[in-house]
Design a protein around this ligand. Structure first.
Ligand code: ZN
Length: 412
């Protein structure tokens, strides 16, 4: 698939997409550079956010082929205690609620290193992972999690179903926002589910992104930004009914939706009806709602750039924490680089020794914060603020301070 701009909505196909926010051209947010590649030119792609008035889906226009995005994949879910704890709690709950046992099947799309499916396996429930990144899938298989190394879609689901796989639960956490062929993936969920089986799908919630000025969740891997309204329209197109929804704090605010094949779907819960009505109330179907967001992003840019410039003028030393995709969008769009920041600390051993895309900051282990003891640390992974502030208690005890940029600029 070539890269390029879409001509119509990724969900409903309608034209007339309304521009919301332009972040210019940026390198791929997860394309960390090895020392050898530091002096090679980096590819950049347009990053333009638009709104579909026909189905309400917010999306970016550029599709970068997944092979380019995932060629070298650095994100291992198990490096985050928060992610693993979140997965464990959900699995325990679903095993109980749905009465799952040795005759059941729990599947996960984009199963990463098995961070979630491992808890089903511990409970004696058969599992099946689908994960496109070969190095990550290999880790899962080594842990004993059967994993198909492919991009999930209607074709893969058809083949798995023909092989006799029928799932009681299909998980897909933070995957739907990443896929260019939305309709193929949702059709695939439907194909892989048993009658009466359910999806458990988590997506960042567009309302939380807009209200929290979380513009740094916009990068080329995140093609879509969902409301329940947009998801409901997408799922119904493929014979799936969203019967329950929950709002989660994870990743700056997410939706978890449970959807079941229409013929076996229970009546949607009050939570579904109430959230759909609430979305109409704040204007989910209107471009105006999304346009106010761009102005708030510009204000945050002025505030944060002003703060770090003032600190540098006073001779303060500043590092950053979290060589994340979010951080890449923030640093590249705000133009904060090596003139301001000394390095980025990150707990992921596969990122350490590399450099950040566009800004070329060296990535060190978190211990570097104690060795260098910069005066301030810009927290790029603000979505894990509680976890990271707790891990960095010693740095803070010695007088180090964190700058948390989102949802509101604060120094702690
Ligand atoms: Zn649409």
């Amino acid at each position: 698939m070539p890269s390029g701009a879409i001509s119509g909505c990724r969900s409903c196909g309608a034209g007339g997409l309304v521009p919301v926010l332009s972040l210019g051209r940026t390198p791929l947010a997860n394309a960390l550079l090895s020392p050898e590649r530091l002096h090679e030119p980096e590819a950049t792609y347009p990053l333009e956010l638009v709104f579909c008035p026909a189905c309400s889906l917010v999306q970016i226009t550029e599709t970068v082929p997944p092979e380019q995005l995932f060629g070298e994949y650095f994100y291992f879910s198990s490096f985050s205690d928060t992610m693993v704890g979140h997965a464990r709690d959900l699995v325990r709950r679903l095993v109980g609620e749905r009465g799952l046992g040795p005759g059941s099947l729990a599947a996960e799309v984009a199963s990463n290193d098995g961070y979630l499916l491992q808890f089903y396996r511990e409970a004696g429930i058969p599992v099946l992972g689908v994960e496109p990144a070969a190095n990550v899938a290999r880790v899962a298989v080594q842990k004993g999690i059967p994993t198909v190394c492919e991009f999930f879609g209607a074709g893969v689901a058809e083949r798995l179903a023909a092989e006799g796989h029928a799932a009681d639960v299909v998980h897909a956490n933070n995957v739907l926002a990443h896929v260019a062929d939305l309709n193929g993936v949702v059709a695939g969920f439907r194909r892989l589910l048993k009658p009466g089986g359910t999806t458990s799908i988590e997506v960042p919630y567009v309302r939380d992104m807009v209200e929290g000025t979380e513009f740094d969740t916009i990068y080329h891997e995140h093609l879509c930004y969902f409301s329940l309204t947009a998801l409901d329209r997408l799922f119904r197109r493929h014979g799936l009914v969203i019967w329950n929804v929950e709002r989660l704090a994870i990743h700056g605010g997410s939706l978890r939706v449970f959807a079941t094949p229409a013929e076996s779907a229970p009546e949607p819960t009050e939570a579904v009806r109430a959230l759909l009505a609430e979305e109409q109330g704040w204007g989910v179907d209107t471009a105006e709602y999304y346009l106010g967001f761009a102005g708030r992003v510009e204000r945050l840019k002025r505030e944060l750039c002003g703060l770090v410039a003032e600190l540098r003028a006073k001779g303060k030393r500043i590092a950053a924490y979290g060589a994340s995709a979010k951080g890449s969008t923030l640093l590249n769009y705000f133009g904060i680089g090596a003139e301001t920041l000394e390095f980025v600390a990150d707990r992921s051993t596969v990122k350490q020794g590399h450099f950040t895309p566009g800004t070329h900051l060296p990535i060190h282990a978190p211990e570097a914060l104690l060795e260098a003891q910069p005066d301030y640390v810009l927290l790029l992974t603000w979505n894990f603020a509680d976890e990271i502030l707790a891990q960095q208690a010693e740095y803070r005890r010695r007088g180090g301070r964190f700058i948390v940029p989102v949802p509101e600029l604060r120094v702690v």
